[in-house]
Every structure is written in structure tokens, then in C-alpha cells.
Design a protein around this ligand. Structure first.
Ligand code: CTP
Length: 422
């Protein structure tokens, strides 16, 4: 089957038409356009990938600007890198200018210059399977440009670097090699494997910033089976470059396997629960608590996530004891609702003792959905002044409802009047 036929078979026609139209826009501007990277690799693996990377042999900025106009789409231009992102329904299209890279220092980001030669651009990439281009220009529609044998390596199911200094130049490729091997069930090609081992023996990732390593760990959590990959990172010694304590994960493997299931279960009750924050919190239980905060600060993860992780880790240190001591439903509710929903998730993952798990399940299945029927505005309307008294009233209403007393809206308002003495 030709690649045109494969695209037409595995993708909705919007993807095919988008590629053809982008190729035509490039042609009108006197440029050659190619799909590159994960999209082409996944096409050869006959799987879909809706993050489409387009490379042109010239400046991508005017090209993306014109494309966004013709697609009537939102587009974000990043002048400094000569790249742009265009958002289309169901897919994102990233535009880049063909580049050449020079690594002046191992581990640091490279010096980049524009190049009109597409092989230069493919040569700067990590593995042969990611260094394939697919022409989308109308004169060469859907023709592969594969100077490094990427298609052959996909057939051989192997991850192969392009040159001997690749891991040294960019040690994040060590993480990426294991990630792609795990995802596609590929092996490292023998020379690549030797160079992989050498790079680790030489502590190559020590030159990489915690932010870039955190980004790799974060990508691991987004894989279908994060645990198998996490184990591979750990056995290769790659986790300990993020923190020395990660030579051993303190939590049982089983807990990591359950993160997605627990996050999905809790998402029915708590809209904002973050599976990602739950993964990170579980991982960070393996290091001394005081060291988690500086590590999170250096991780480059979004603040909203690092705050959630930190609050979860802090609560995790005290909530289990409080929960054991909680002897009515209101106390269970109060203990858990004052912590992040991820704390409940983390406890479900880490504790097996019935005196904790039964209370966690009661909270999740029963208590978390009990709410007062009235709102703060209702209380203000009946003449109660805004302030701490409103919080006390809600607490009392909840205490009664959680402990099984049925209350109508009117009962709640009556109780509020009684408490406030109006
Ligand atoms: N790339 C690279 N070296 C890196 C990161 C990226 O060579 N350290 C190149 C690869 O050619 C890769 C492309 O940039 O295909 C896009 O990178 P990224 O989006 O991280 O990877 P994908 O291959 O699209 O993988 P995924 O399916 O995980 O998104």
C-alpha cells in the first residue's frame, strides 16, 4: 500500500486534505514542505498521531502566517526559534524551519542556525526512526526522504542513533531511547546499546538540567504503561540523575500500575484531580520530604502542578494518622476534604490497612457528594453577615447531613437562623 493510501485509510480525510493544502501553500511561496518526526514514524507504524510537525526549507514564520490565514486558524509564532504552532480541530500543526545544530557543550542546548538543506535538519535528530521526512509538496506528494535508513530500522524494530556522539551531545536521548523502545517494543541496535552503556558509565546525564530530566520523567507518566518504563529508567540508573535517592523506589511497583485507575475513579467525584500530580507525588515519596520542594522548584513543571504535589506530600505526612483517629463521618470528611483530592488518591495507592481504606472508600463513594443545599448567597439573603459565621453554619449543616440526618433546604435555613440567632 502506498503512503497516500495509508494516510487515507488510517486518518480522517481532514488530515490528508490539511497536508495537501499545506504542501500547496509552500509551493506557492517557492518552498518545499515536509512532514517530519513522530508523525512520519507513526505513519510507517500505521498508527495515528495528530501532532503534525511540518518542516520547510526556509523561514517557517511567513509560511505559517500564510497557512493560518488560509485555514482561518489560530496560530502562535515563536520568532526566536523560527517556529509556529497552528491549532486546527482535532490536530495541532507545528511549523519549523530546516535547521542545523552544533553542540558546543555536552548536555546544554545546541547552537542552531537555519539551513536550506533538509538532510542537515534530519541529521540533527535523535534516532533514525525519527529522522525521516515525508514530502507534501505537490511535485513530490507523499514521497519519503530517508537518508539514514529509518524505515529499515522500523522494520527491524530497532532504535539507532545517527552518530557516535549523539548521546553525549544530548543525554536526554538516553531517556528517549528507552521510551521509544518501550512504547514500540523495539530494541536498541547493538552499537547504540554499547554507546548507551558508555554514556551512562560516563555519567552523561549529570550535565543535563533537572528541568530537562523532569520533562523526560513527565513524558514517561504519559505513556500507556509508565511503570515498565520507570523500571527501565531505574535499572539503567537514569532516575538517580534526577535525585540520588531514586536508585530505589520506596513504593511498590503495584502502586504505580494503579495510578491511572485511581485517578480515573476519583475524577468522577473530583473534577480537578490531576493524574500527573498523583504520579509525581508517588514518585517523590521515595525521597526525603525536605528535598522534594527544591526538586519541584527546579523541575520546570507548571506551578499549579508543583503546588498540588507539594500540598499532597505535606498532607500525606499527617492525614493518615488523623484519619485513623476520625471517629465519625464528619471528621472523616473534614480530614480528607481539607487536603487535596490527590492526597486521597495517594492514600488509596499506598495503604492497605482496613481502618484507613474503609474510611477512604466511605469518603469517596458516599461523603464527597454530600453538600449543603443552600449557598452563601442564601444566607446573606436571610440577613446573615458575610464572614466566618457563614463557614461555621456550613460546617454544622454538613456535620448533621454527613452523620445521616436528612435535611431539606428549609431545615438548613432554619438551622442557620438558629445558629446566628436571627
Ligand atoms: N528530537 C530530537 N532530540 C530530542 C528531542 C526531539 O532529535 N532530544 C526530534 C525527533 O526527531 C523527534 C522530534 O524532534 O521526532 C519531535 O520531538 P518530540 O515531539 O519530543 O517527539 P516525537 O517523536 O513526536 O515523540 P512523541 O510521539 O513522544 O511525541
Amino acid at each position: 500500500m502506498s503512503l497516500t493510501e495509508t494516510i487515507q485509510q488510517i486518518y480522517p480525510d481532514e488530515v490528508y486534505n490539511t497536508l495537501v493544502q499545506i504542501g500547496q501553500i509552500a509551493h506557492r511561496l517557492g518552498l518545499k514542505a515536509y512532514a517530519v518526526g513522530g508523525f512520519v514514524r507513526d505513519l510507517l507504524l500505521q498508527t495515528t498521531n495528530f501532532d503534525i510537525d511540518i518542516m520547510v526549507n526556509g523561514d517557517a514564520i511567513p509560511f505559517a502566517t500564510q497557512a493560518a490565514k488560509e485555514f482561518n486558524a489560530e496560530c502562535k509564532l515563536i520568532d526566536r526559534f523560527h517556529t509556529a504552532h497552528m491549532y486546527l480541530p482535532g490536530m495541532t500543526v507545528d511549523f519549523s524551519s530546516a535547521r542545523k545544530e552544533i553542540y558546543e557543550q555536552p548536555g546544554a542546548l545546541p547552537t542552531v542556525s537555519l539551513s536550506s538543506n533538509i538532510t542537515d535538519d534530519l541529521h540533527r535528530r535523535d534516532f533514525t526512526i525519527n529522522a525521516i521526512a515525508l514530502s507534501i509538496s505537490p511535485d513530490k506528494p507523499f514521497e519519503l526522504v530517508d537518508p539514514f535508513g529509518g524505515a529499515r530500522d522500523i522494520e527491524r524494530k530497532q532504535i539507532k542513533i545517527l552518530h557516535a556522539k549523539s548521546f553525549e551531545d544530548d543525554p536526554t536521548r538516553l531517556y528517549r531511547a528507552l521510551r521509544f523502545a518501550d512504547r514500540f517494543n523495539f530494541n536498541l541496535e547493538p552499537t547504540t546499546e554499547d554507546l548507551f552503556d558508555t554514556a551512562i558509565a560516563m555519567n552523561a546525564p549529570a550535565t543535563v538540567s533537572p528541568k530537562r530530566i523532569a520533562a523526560e520523567i513527565d513524558k514517561c507518566f504519559q505513556e500507556k504503561r509508565p511503570l515498565t518504563l520507570l523500571n527501565k529508567y531505574q535499572s539503567a540508573g537514569l532516575l538517580s540523575f534526577f535525585h540520588k535517592s531514586f536508585t530505589r523506589l520506596k513504593r511498590p511497583a503495584f502502586s504505580f500500575c494503579m495510578v491511572k485507575a485511581v485517578a480515573t475513579r476519583l475524577s468522577f467525584k473530583f473534577k480537578n484531580i490531576s493524574e500527573n500530580a498523583l504520579f509525581w507525588s508517588l514518585l517523590l515519596l521515595s525521597i526525603p520530604p525536605m528535598e522534594a520542594q527544591p526538586l519541584l522548584n527546579a523541575s520546570g513543571l507548571p506551578h499549579s502542578i508543583t503546588n498540588t504535589i507539594w500540598n499532597t506530600l505535606t498532607s500525606f505526612a499527617s492525614v493518615p494518622q488523623k484519619l485513623i483517629a476520625a471517629n465519625d463521618k464528619f471528621s472523616i470528611y473534614k480530614t480528607l476534604s481539607e487536603a487535596t483530592p490527590e492526597t486521597t488518591g495517594l492514600m488509596l495507592l499506598c495503604f492497605k490497612q482496613p481502618e484507613i481504606t474503609s474510611k477512604l472508600n466511605t469518603y469517596v463513594n458516599e461523603l464527597s457528594k454530600i453538600k449543603p443545599a443552600i449557598s452563601g448567597d442564601d444566607l446573606i439573603e436571610i440577613g446573615i453577615a458575610p464572614g466566618p459565621q457563614i463557614r461555621d453554619i456550613f460546617e454544622q449543616i454538613l456535620r448533621q447531613k454527613l452523620n445521616g440526618i436528612e435535611m431539606t433546604r428549609k431545615d438548613e435555613l432554619d438551622l442557620a437562623r438558629r445558629i446566628s440567632g436571627i
